[in-house]
Write a protein that binds this ligand. Structure first.
Ligand code: HEC
Length: 143
């Protein structure tokens, strides 16, 4: 009887070894999945839309003159800008938005949504000035 039992135990040992091998192999297979494969982006990435180049964008703004315009034109009623002690909350907080010169001149000239256009109220030079002020006051580099 003992002679029969031995081959059976060997068979059990072999199958165990095979099992261990399979586990190792599947381990390798899992590594293959993590190998660098190009990631396909589904959908389209938002294309950054450049603000339109308005007449004021082509002018050099004076931030010092712009500070006065910011107060007089009513920007503070809608915007927060710490340099101007403005605390409006209708429009974006400019300290955080940090608009560039192109965007600032475009918004003030054309308006957008709730923000009115200042084209009829301010000259292109005044728009350039107030935009330069906002850019400078929020840490950007005015033209
Ligand atoms: C009646 C409220 C109102 C007034 C007054 C106003 N704004 Fe705005 N402003 C807004 C709103 C709302 C937006 C956001 C427009 C949008 O993107 O839909 C905005 C956007 C802006 C932006 C772009 C910010 C960004 O990063 O998107 C700038 C710069 C800006 N305003 C500057 C000014 C200046 C300078 C003045 C004064 C000449 C002014 N605003 C007056 C409401 C106002």
């Amino acid at each position: 009887m003992g002679k029969v039992a031995l081959p059976m135990r060997r068979a059990a040992l072999i199958s165990l070894t095979a099992l261990a091998g399979a586990v190792l192999l599947s381990g390798c297979g899992a590594e293959g999945v993590v190998s660098p494969t190009p990631v396909t982006v589904v959908g389209s990435l938002p294309t950054p839309t450049l603000a339109p180049a308005t007449p004021a964008f082509k002018l050099k703004g004076d931030p010092v003159a712009g500070k006065g315009i910011f107060g007089k034109a009513g920007c503070a009623g809608c915007h927060t800008l710490s340099d101007a002690h403005a605390t409006g909350t209708v429009g974006p907080n400019l300290d955080q938005a940090k608009p560039d010169y192109r965007l600032a001149t475009a918004r003030v000239t054309l308006g957008k949504g709730v923000m009115p256009s200042f084209k009829g109220q301010l000259t292109p030079q005044q728009i350039a000035d107030v935009a330069a002020y906002v850019v400078k006051a929020t840490g950007g580099t005015p033209p």
